[in-house]
Design a protein around this ligand. Structure first.
Ligand code: SAH
Ligand code: SF4
Ligand code: F3S
Length: 445
């Protein structure tokens, strides 16, 4: 039987989809990239903003027609929205056969067996705190390079930022064993993977046993993990996403600077530049503390680039608070930022707070930050002109197949004219001759 998997949401969800695909492929299922050729459709969903849920519900609703034509089709919902809405999904989407929560995804093969044997609706939602160490399978979905791989090192989140649904739908934070992660990375490297991206909702909390206080100075199991991974032959780049700012102690910062394979690009979610709003968000750092971490990281990696997540229009956000965010963004100089309009999630404390901001104001603030971000990256990318950058080749450029593209360690997209021997996964030097806000263009040297 053929399975089509559609993924919404973050890298953690993409990684889960790969693991699901790997699990099913090893049991003889075919993984296909078109729904028309599938016998089973799986939607791995996201709940982080209302928009994310609306998109998935709309798509799955649309599939109803397909199911009318082909009643034998099996349709399942997995991931965060499955966990969030549970059996209620059967009411709105009666053509759905199964709903599996985030902690139960390893049971998918059994669920499919049972649905194939006796067609009835099935929901599996409890036990969300189970560790999913068994999910080490890697299946290459179309679109991901053969030489890049995600490795999930933690699951869940214990931070409970007041706006965020993730701790409720992904459960308590658990870390995998360091030895398991290293073995997985070694296997991937032996299979030709050059770049790994370590994943976790709060990836720098790896190995801390779910403690919500950031570790004391001198303690960082995450730094220890990076040091182990840095030794693996064949790997040339290590990235990670997303670290919570307060977990960058001096030990971690020193380690990042010392390891040659760790990329000089950090995604450091800011959320807001106003201390008042950070406090209401239950983010346990101040703007000053955040800037101090940025400065320390710059000290050990002078060419480092930063990206971030920002929420505009959090309840009670005044013009002054918003300007504090603009100010902080200017001070850091982000090369990329994901700017989100605050979306109330039922069950989270922020949804009940007074001072909800009108949609039009959220939109206006969003547009302003996007514009300021583009202004900055346009100017910053010009500073790369004439420099030579080391680029990990990804493949033909999507816009212009006559050109190839890849990324620098600092996560800059570089487009260049390939040589006959140019191959994906190779490291090459490219001299930058032109730039836009999003891309550097260059020539092989
Ligand atoms: N664990 C990651 C973030 C996961 S969610 C971290 O803490 O960095 C990705 C981003 O979505 C968050 O950083 C936040 O900016 C945004 N987000 C989360 N909940 C949101 C909400 N209710 N409305 C708008 N944006 C939200
Ligand atoms: Fe959500 Fe905060 Fe956890 Fe990130 S750290 S997943 S924003 S609760
Ligand atoms: Fe969305 Fe779940 Fe990721 S809510 S952002 S898919 S952890």
């Amino acid at each position: 039987m053929n399975v089509f998997i559609k993924t919404y949401g973050c890298q953690m969800n993409e990684r889960d989809s790969e693991a699901i695909a790997g699990m099913l492929a090893s049991r003889g299922y075919g993984i296909v990239d078109r729904e028309e050729t599938a016998d089973i459709l799986i939607f791995n969903t996201c709940s982080v903003r209302e928009q994310a849920e609306r998109k998935a519900v709309g798509k799955i609703g649309f599939i109803k027609k397909l199911k009318k034509q082909r009643p034998e089709l099996i349709i399942g919902i997995m991931g965060c929205m499955a966990q969030h809405l549970g059996e209620k999904l059967f009411d709105d989407l009666p053509h759905v056969d199964f709903v599996i929560g985030t902690g139960q995804l390893h049971k998918l093969p059994e669920v499919l067996d049972s649905i194939i044997a006796e067609r009835r609706q099935l929901a599996l939602l409890t036990g969300g705190e189970e560790v999913l160490t068994s999910l080490g399978t890697h299946y290459r979905m179309t679109g991901t390079g053969e030489f890049q791989a995600y490795i999930a090192v933690t699951r869940g989140c214990n931070r409970f930022c007041s706006y965020c649904i993730v701790p409720y739908v992904r459960g308590r934070e658990v870390s995998r064993d360091i030895a398991d992660v290293v073995a997985e990375a070694e296997n991937l490297a032996a299979a030709g993977v050059r770049e790994i991206m370590l994943l976790g909702q709060n990836v720098a909390a790896f190995g801390l046993g779910g403690d919500t206080d950031p570790p004391p100075e001198g303690v960082s199991p995450f730094a220890d993990l990076l040091a182990e991974l840095n030794r693996i032959q064949g790997l040339c780049r290590i990235r990670f996403i997303s670290p919570y700012p307060s977990y960058f102690n001096d030990k971690l910062i020193r380690t990042l600077g010392a390891l040659d394979k760790v990329c000089h690009n950090v995604h450091l979610p800011l959320q807001s530049g106003s201390d008042r709003i950070l406090k209401k968000m239950n983010r346990q750092y101040t703007a000053e503390k955040y800037l101090e971490i940025v400065a320390k990281l710059r000290q050990v990696m002078p060419d480092i680039t930063f990206s971030t997540d920002i929420i505009v229009g959090f309840p009670g956000e005044t013009a002054e608070d918003f300007n504090a965010t603009r100010d902080l963004m200017r001070k850091v100089g982000y090369d990329n930022a994901f700017i989100f309009k605050y979306s109330p999630r039922s069950g989270t404390p922020a949804a009940e707070m007074e001072g909800q901001i009108p949609q039009a104001v959220r939109e206006e603030r969003n547009q302003l930050l996007l514009k300021e971000l583009t202004d900055y990256t346009l100017a910053h990318n010009k500073t790369y002109l004439g420099s030579v950058q080391e680029v990990l080749i990804e493949g033909p450029s999507r816009r212009n197949p006559g050109r190839w593209s890849g990324k620098t360690g600092t996560f800059k997209v570089v487009v260049f004219k390939p040589a006959p021997e140019t191959a994906s996964g190779d490291l090459v030097n490219v001299k930058i001759i032109r730039s836009t806000a999003a891309t550097l263009f260059g020539e092989l040297v």
